[in-house]
Design a protein around this ligand. Structure first.
Ligand SMILES: Nc1ncnc2c1ncn2[C@@H]1O[C@H](COP(=O)(O)OP(=O)(O)O)[C@@H](O)[C@H]1O
Ligand SMILES: [Mg+2]
Length: 266
């Protein structure tokens, strides 16, 4: 993780104009990973109506007090959309304050556009977009003709990120590190999966993101949520969890993903 503006937090926004792709799960895993690497991390849940990241953090706190253990847990804030958008200035002030105090701020966003979604996208140094391995999921980036492989339409989220990039550039901010990563990817080798990945590789050059296959579909993510745990916690002896091959693979996938996200770009 690198900042051109020293002493300011690296801001990571997790976004996609689509629900259920794993944004909140990824936000929590990334927070724990960075904390394990000794970064001082704050998370902001701007999808407060859904509140998945907030529930994740609360589940973790409850798990710790129930079992009387300490687990790395990020400092956490949550905001819900208001009909008069009356919390915008409060959020801006908070981000300003946190930038001076933390190494990283991770902002989780709703799966559809509202003013909180738009506000989050004014800040990222790194933008991470998790996406499933179906053409339906791909459509937030682009609609592709499956026969000719031609782009029929630019997807609403890719359009939005293009505007975001223009905004960041107009503010003299560093070039956006946009990563699109697979999530909940089928563990079997299927023609569909390979075809979606190939399409994303092609789109990456056109739309200016880097693509990586990311995380597989593993039931462990659903199970761990209830205790607020991540695949990165499982090796702790005091949790008394058996680490299966699938858990180990999940941890390796996550580590590779984080390495990819923050890899130095030439
Ligand atoms: N890699 C994965 N494998 C299996 N289930 C996953 C994975 N990532 C997320 N999930 C599950 O998918 C559901 C939606 O995830 P969530 O993070 O809430 O998505 P979003 O924030 O994009 O709406 C949750 O039940 C979560 O546990
Ligand atoms: Mg979410």
């Amino acid at each position: 993780m690198n900042n051109t503006e020293t002493s300011k937090a690296h801001i990571i926004v997790i976004g996609n104009e689509k629900g259920g792709t794993g944004k909140s799960t990824l936000a929590m895993h990334l927070a724990i990973k960075l904390m394990q690497e000794n970064y001082h991390v704050a998370v902001i849940d701007l999808d407060g109506r859904q509140g998945s990241l907030t529930k994740y953090v609360n589940n973790r706190r409850n798990f710790c007090s129930k079992h009387q253990i300490t687990l790395l847990t990020p400092v956490h804030y949550v905001f819900e959309p208001l009909s008069d958008a009356g919390n915008i200035e409060e959020i801006k002030d908070l981000i300003k304050e946190l930038r001076a105090k933390f190494d990283a701020i991770i902002i989780d966003t709703p799966g559809s556009k509202n003013y909180l979604f738009e506000l989050a996208h004014q800040y990222p140094h790194t933008l991470i977009t998790p996406i499933g391995d179906s053409l339906v999921d791909l459509s937030s980036i682009a609609d592709i003709d499956p026969n000719s492989n031609e782009i029929i339409n630019t997807g609403c989220y890719a359009e939005f990120v293009w505007e975001t990039k223009k905004h960041l550039a107009s503010q003299g901010l560093p070039y956006l590190n946009w990563v699109v990563c697979g999530n909940k990817i089928s563990t079997i080798r299927s023609h569909n999966k390979l075809s979606v990945f190939a399409k994303l590789e092609n789109l990456s050059k056109l739309y200016g993101f880097r693509f990586t296959e990311g995380l597989k579909d593993r039931v462990i993510y659903k199970e761990l949520f209830l205790d607020g745990l991540t695949v990165l916690d499982l090796s702790r002896e005091d949790l008394h969890r058996r680490m299966s091959i699938s858990h180990l693979a999940a941890k390796m996938e996550l580590n590779s993903l984080v390495e990819f996200i923050f890899a130095k770009q030439c």
